[in-house]
Write a protein that binds this ligand. Structure first.
Ligand SMILES: *Cc1c(COP(=O)(O)O)cnc(C)c1O
Length: 381
């Protein structure tokens, strides 16, 4: 990428690596809806890189190159959702292979893993991410093919040490996958800490505007595993539409501004409500009282993220009451958009959920932090 090594990531990202549209000179890329590519009179492809549109679209490449650069990886691929990105990795495994993953993680993926592993003869062992040695102990209990992790873990924000996880995974020849949807490459670059693959729900911060469902995988190396993941996408066709790919590359350009603002506001909110009489605790890795704070300080650069949770006194009923009283926060699931969202996860996940019933999850957007604080103050009063 020319002199990209000398430029700061936010510069590279704002300019999308200066990927000027070669055909028109357009500063921004075009949208490429074509599903097929033409051959000339000698029956040669006019452009040898493109023949059929299931997974070939010049519109994907813009964001893929930027993401690979931001994650310090060798290559990236976009997928039709965060779930399909994750599934593409799991689908490279063989019956009998063992996955180690945290108990507290994106619930949709955990739910799918439990059923899929059972049906396809994969072994799945879940560890408690709030216990410092649980990952290492679980990996050492048997032959491990894949170690899956998030950090911070949604929605308790337990922090897992990526470098330590990478050491143990490397030691047993397992692949370390980090779902880095929450910190984004602005705050954490898992590959620099030893991860093999980074997964994103690009639906969240990467796109940032709650108007595209998308996913991405970035690899540390273009190896045989990467070949297999690429083939899953090619053959399964879990790709974005051309317009969604265009929206994603557009939203991505403001990632640094959005994530930094959300992190700053989340820290201010966590500090403001830490010790509030209506709350049992504020869960945020930026608070020194958070058990993961020291690891987060080492692993996260420039902030602790835009996500935090409040555990309220009075249980599920009281938590729901508070959520219902908010007027600036919007009641909706998902996260990572420019508007702040509030959610009672237990109501969504239901009985059997490992999420405490008194927990309220906040996704902080880019509004005035004073407005957000006043809204919560009124709701908690
Ligand atoms: C939303 C989310 C996913 C799933 O992504 P989709 O784009 O909704 O398929 C995976 N991991 C995390 C951490 C998420 O927040």
């Amino acid at each position: 990428m020319g002199n990209s090594g000398k430029l700061a990531p936010e510069t590279l990202n704002a300019q999308a690596l200066r990927q000027i549209d070669a055909q028109t000179g357009g500063l921004t890329p075009g949208i490429f809806p074509s599903t097929t590519y033409v051959r000339d009179r000698d029956y040669e492809l006019i452009n040898p890189d493109h023949s059929y549109g299931r997974d070939e679209n010049p519109g994907f490449v813009v964001a893929e190159k930027v993401l690979a650069e931001l994650e310090a990886g060798a290559a990236g691929l976009l997928f039709s959702s965060g779930m399909s990105a994750a599934m593409a990795i799991v689908q490279t495994l063989k019956p009998g292979d063992r996955i180690v993953a945290p108990k507290i993680m994106y619930w949709g993926l955990r739910k799918w893993l439990v059923v899929f592993c059972e049906q396809w003869g994969l072994e799945l062992d879940l560890f408690d991410p709030s216990e410092p040695d649980a990952l290492v102990r679980t990996v050492e209990q048997g032959e491990t093919r894949l170690v899956w992790m998030e950090s911070p873990c949604n929605p308790t924000w337990d922090v897992i040490d990526i470098s330590a996880a990478a050491d143990v995974a490397r030691g047993v020849g397992a692949t370390l996958v980090v779902d880095s949807t929450i910190p984004t490459p602005v705050l954490t670059q898992p590959i620099r800490h030893g991860a093999d693959l980074v997964v994103h729900s690009a639906t969240k911060y990467l796109n940032g505007h709650c108007d595209v469902v998308a996913g991405a995988v970035v690899t540390a190396r273009e190896d045989e595993l990467w070949e297999r993941i690429s083939r899953v996408r090619l053959q399964g066709g879990a790709v974005l539409g051309s317009f969604e790919a265009w929206l994603l590359q557009r939203g991505l350009r403001t990632l640094f501004l959005r994530v930094r603002k959300a992190s700053e506001s989340a820290l201010a909110i966590a500090r403001r409500f830490d010790g509030h009489p209506a709350l049992k605790t504020v869960l945020y890795p930026g608070l020194p009282s958070h058990p993961g704070h020291e690891i987060a300080k080492r692993q996260m650069d420039g902030g602790f993220g835009g996500m935090l949770s409040l555990r309220v006194k009075g249980g599920a009923e009281r938590a729901l009451e508070i959520v219902k009283r908010c007027q600036v926060f919007t009641r909706a699931t998902s996260l990572g958009g420019v508007e702040s969202l509030i959610e009672h996860r237990y109501s969504i996940e239901g009985a059997g959920s490992p999420i405490p019933a008194d927990l309220i999850r906040l996704s902080i957007g880019i509004e005035s932090v004073d407005d957000l604080i006043s809204d919560l103050e009124l709701a908690l009063a």
